[in-house]
Write a protein that binds this ligand. Structure first.
Ligand SMILES: Cc1cc2nc3c(=O)[nH]c(=O)nc-3n(C[C@H](O)[C@H](O)[C@H](O)COP(=O)(O)OP(=O)(O)OC[C@H]3O[C@@H](n4cnc5c(N)ncnc54)[C@H](O)[C@@H]3O)c2cc1C
Length: 275
């Protein structure tokens, strides 16, 4: 692994200021939550940052609170805590179910919600230092002529990665919002608009600009009469990403469907909403 400097951030503001400073100095820097995904990328020489800004040292950013008709989830809330939280189990069942089938118990005990949503693609060409693929600055997406199993069947091109997170399709089906913090302040937007298709920009997976981080997810509690489910199909039951996952929320009243959201994971470069 390339030598890097670890900096323990004490606040979101400090983390943003550090990212901005290193960006201006043309040094590479990245934030980590649990580090369960990012450190592997570093060990595999896929990313080689000069500075790693540890967010886990920011006190209190792992909250899960019921408020304003919804649940506010701090960026550092762990997948295991989301899976087991009584309010999420009762009122946001599909999120609890999705968090509970992501990765392995060990990773869920370390992995944060922000890290889960921002994790990089699990494409074997992207993850291998032997391939300088399109997403890493090369000329070719190797899935086109290579082994395209587990790659995008919807929304792909020119890169054919699939979005790997289990919680993101569930959160999009629930109509969640994401809050980001950056040099220009905070922004809140629907999570559905956070992800970027490769046809728009194949070098990024989301709208975060240099210096910006995720600080919170807000999930509205579904209206009475709503039902949903999260179903994940994978090759094996131990720590495996979805071949396809479906997150569905249907709101009905008086026997009439008022609203329906069907979102697929594992088949497209973003959580794919079947409209
Ligand atoms: C073997 C294995 C199997 C897995 N299987 C699954 C699976 O089935 N389903 C699934 O959903 N996931 C799966 N994962 C991914 C796993 O869920 C993630 O590793 C974990 O959720 C990442 O959380 P983290 O806090 O450790 O992220 P980190 O490793 O700290 O970071 C991941 C990425 O997110 C960025 N990041 C972290 N926090 C923030 C923030 N606040 N703002 C902006 N960017 C941020 C980092 O810069 C990095 O790019 C698997 C991982 C492994 C290693």
């Amino acid at each position: 692994m390339k030598t890097f400097e670890n900096i323990d951030a004490k606040s979101v503001k400090e983390a943003v200021a550090l990212l901005q400073k290193f960006h201006q100095q043309k040094k590479s820097a990245s934030v980590v939550g649990g580090g369960s995904e990012y450190l592997q990328l570093m060990k595999d020489h896929v990313v080689e940052p000069d500075y790693v800004i540890n967010l886990k040292t920011i006190p209190g950013l792992d909250y899960i609170k019921e408020e304003r008709g919804g649940v506010r989830i701090g960026a550092l809330a762990k997948l295991a805590d989301i899976e087991e939280h009584p309010v999420i189990r009762e009122k946001l069942v599909i999120l609890s179910d999705a968090a509970g089938v992501a990765a392995s118990p060990q990773i869920r005990n370390a992995g944060t919600i922000a890290g889960n949503i921002c994790q990089r693609p699990f494409c074997w060409y992207f993850r291998s230092s032997s391939f300088n693929c399109l997403r890493k600055g090369g000329q070719v997406c190797y899935t086109v002529t290579g082994d395209g199993r587990f790659h995008a069947i919807l929304g792909g091109g020119p890169s054919y990665i699939v979005h790997p997170s289990d919680t993101a399709p569930a959160l999009v089906a629930l109509g969640a919002q994401i809050k980001t913090a950056g040099p220009a302040g905070e922004k809140t937007l629907p999570l559905e608009k956070f992800f970027v298709l490769p046809s728009v920009d194949y070098k990024r997976e989301n709208i975060l600009n240099p210096g910006e981080i995720v600080s919170e997810i807000y999930v509205p509690i579904p209206k009475p009469g709503s039902k949903g489910f999260y179903h994940k199909v994978r090759e094996r039951l131990a720590w495996d990403h979805a071949i396809v996952a479906i997150a569905t929320m249907v709101e009905s009243a008086g026997g009439v469907v008022r609203d329906a959201r069907v979102v697929m994971g594992g088949v497209a470069p973003i959580p794919w909403r079947g409209k």
